[in-house]
Design a protein around this ligand. Sequence first.
Ligand code: F6P
Length: 324
Amino acid sequence: IKKIGVLTSGGDSPGMNAAIRSVVRTCAYHNIECIGIYRGYQGMIEGDFLEMGARSVHNIVNKGGTVLKSARSKEFMTVAGRVKAHEQLIKAGIDALVVIGGDGSFTGAEVFNKEYGFPVMGIPGTIDNDIFGTSHTLGYDTALNTVVDVIDKIRDTASSHNRLFFVEVMGRDAGHIALNAGIGAGAEEILIPEEDMGLERLLESLKKSKATGKSSSIVVIAEGDKIGKSVFELKDYVEANLPEYEVRVSVLGHMQRGGAPSCFDRVLASRLGVKAVESLLEGKSNFMVGMLNDKVSLTPLEQAIKGHTEIDRELLRVSEIMSI
Ligand code: F6P
């Protein structure tokens, strides 16, 4: 392997820049050329490449977003798109790829590897933490800290006005952010996609908390929760059924994907980048590098994509006890 291409794809996450830096510098350390590919697979199709050296990644370890930019390429999902992408890689002399992204990005890498036998290595980058084979994905820790910080602020105003707040956090299919940030911020209830709490139980719980003397409350709701009502519909429903509550809604949205990465995410990105490049140099391919029990480890891409990431059920119990 003489020239490694690196790209970021799918939803960006804090720590992606630190991972790019790590890949570029590990290549430099081993005297391998490194090419940055802009806008994920779309830039690969269009040959939007930039040669990167150790100095070209200075001052980015601390930056959110991704200097390579990101995209969700529809064209790469077609055979014709992948033919073009392959031609561009050959033309540029790139002979291996590091893909930083989530499961959609890994699916693309796996298909590409199957079709062309092209060496690929994945680094998990998504705030959702929904990738099998790693305890943490890049950006998850930062997103948790961001969410907890914001809920602390919401709590101040909730408590001044004796209000109930519904705070919607990201996670279409995974409740990791909601569950962990909810416990960290002392939420009354946490609604996640993995567990159907039911409207009745929510009402009961809110009634109980009023009865036990709580004057304000925070309920954290993942985007993809099982109740099937939007946060605004939920507000109307609760106000109609429990008139003693004055409810406000706060949808945190894309701010959760921004900001400087936490130290944890920077260290994780640095470790995973080194392992990704060195594994390619050892002739390995079609794996994701991840962190399991604080050890960097490899998981076949196929498993990383299809494997089921469970939420920790013990956390549900902890949350229930904490909100007594
Ligand atoms: O997968 C990361 C994520 O931030 C999800 O939590 C969220 O549901 C989705 O991306 C939002 O996607 P978009 O940036 O395309 O609106």
